[in-house]
Design a protein around this ligand. Structure first.
Ligand code: NAD
Ligand code: IPM
Ligand code: MN
Length: 357
């Protein structure tokens, strides 16, 4: 049975890292006879250059029809001066929202070989395996009204709206409880319920769901403390569930626990687990085109695609084992480099993962 995968390389380092993930997928496709068929499309700045919009209707339709989407990253200085409506990032947000990809899974796992690549002490991070479940299609990212308006006195004011409905909180909450059931059965809901009503409701709904999952221990934490605890003692967490913006920020912080943002993959899923798979990092314009970007977050996102949307757990595990084998060989891109290791570029890292499969 054939499966369609839409590949959206995007901007900056996007095409470089996605090319490595494609090589890996081609090999795994042949090895496991997965019947994956790939097609490519434009998203972000690349789409603005070609069509004048960051996500055109034809690409959106292809994304909606695909079994899964693999993305690189979008954005860059070339398009930073454009108005909000046609910024590259809007293409990605429209894709997430149109396809109802509300559940964003961001696993921060420390590969033991990288214990010295983290800026944190070895004993703080070794053995780390935490999952951030970020709500992805609501919250302050999408709340209306929003904009920049001119007040009667002529001064301008920017404003956004932070809101979540009970049903939005419930569906991400259930998803997080279900994830916790399959892991360490501890769920920490992160909010700002001491200040923001929207998260008072968030906390109430999480508490209401808890009796449905009696085996899961639910705790609550304010987001400022959570940021501190992530750096102080990250292994206290099993699964974290939080809103769109808090999840965006906390997951970049969690990335550094794994050695580099170049190690953090993600899955963005709808209610049927169809989804978009992309590294958590951005288009890294500062290193684009230099063959130095770490492709492992994208390769690990491809593994998540096989696991969650294509039901190919064995193939997903094979990719994760190959990544681990390459780290065992001592190969490192610059971002995860440490003493005594062998520095390689983006392409060589991709080739090494293919060879290890
Ligand atoms: P960024 O994640 O692109 O880069 C932050 C830092 O991490 C940079 O120093 C970069 O070189 C480094 N880095 C990122 N990925 C790396 C990798 N794979 N290997 C090695 N180093 C890596 O964040 P930014 O600089 O704030 O944003 C740059 C652009 O990317 C902006 O236009 C932003 O909007 C966009 N962005 C896109 C996404 C996405 O597509 N999902 C995510 C974040 C940022
Ligand atoms: C991410 C990015 C995006 C976000 C941007 C590019 C819209 O930072 O995927 O983490 O904020 O969600
Ligand atoms: Mn982000």
């Amino acid at each position: 049975m054939s499966k369609q995968v839409l590949v959206l390389p995007g901007d900056g380092i996007g095409p470089e890292i996605v090319a490595q993930a494609r090589k890996v997928l081609d090999k795994i496709n042949a090895q496991f006879q997965l019947g994956l068929q790939f097609e490519e499309g434009l998203l972000g700045g690349a789409a603005i250059d070609a069509f004048g919009v960051p996500l055109d209707e034809a690409t959106l339709a292809r994304a909606a029809a695909a079994d899964a989407i693999l993305m690189g990253s979008v954005g860059g200085p070339k398009w930073d001066q454009l108005g909000r409506a046609i910024r590259p990032e809007q293409g990605l947000l429209k894709l997430r929202s149109s396809l109802k990809l509300f559940a964003n899974l961001r696993p921060a796992i420390l590969y033991p070989q990288l214990a010295d690549a983290s800026t944190l002490k070895r004993d703080v991070v070794s053995g780390l395996d935490l999952l951030i479940v970020r709500e992805l299609t609501g919250g302050i990212y999408f709340g209306e009204p929003r904009g920049i308006r001119t007040l009667p006195d002529g001064e301008r004011e920017g404003y956004n709206t932070y809101k979540y409905s009970e049903s939005e909180i419930e569906r991400i909450g259930r998803n997080a409880f279900e994830m916790a059931m399959k892991r360490g059965k501890r769920l920490c809901s992160v909010d700002k319920a001491n200040v923001l009503e929207v998260t008072v409701l968030w906390r109430e709904v999480m508490d209401r769901l808890a009796p449905e999952f009696p085996d899961v221990e639910l705790t609550h934490m304010y987001v400022d403390n959570a940021a501190m605890q992530l750096v102080k003692a990250p292994k206290q967490f099993d699964v974290i569930v939080t809103g769109n913006m808090f999840g965006d920020i906390l997951s970049d912080a969690a990335a550094m626990l794994t050695g580099s943002i170049g190690m953090l993959p993600s899955a963005s899923l709808d209610k049927n687990r169809r989804g978009l798979f992309e590294p958590c990092h951005g288009s890294a314009p500062d290193i684009a085109g230099q063959d130095v970007a770490n492709p492992l977050a994208t390769i690990l996102s491809a593994a998540m695609m096989l696991r969650y949307s294509l039901d190919q757990e064995d193939a997903a595990k094979a990719i994760e084992r190959a990544v681990s084998a390459v780290l065992d060989q001592g190969l490192r891109t610059g971002d995860i480099m440490s003493e005594g290791m062998q520095r390689v570029g983006t392409e060589a890292m991709g080739d090494a993962v293919v060879a290890a499969l």
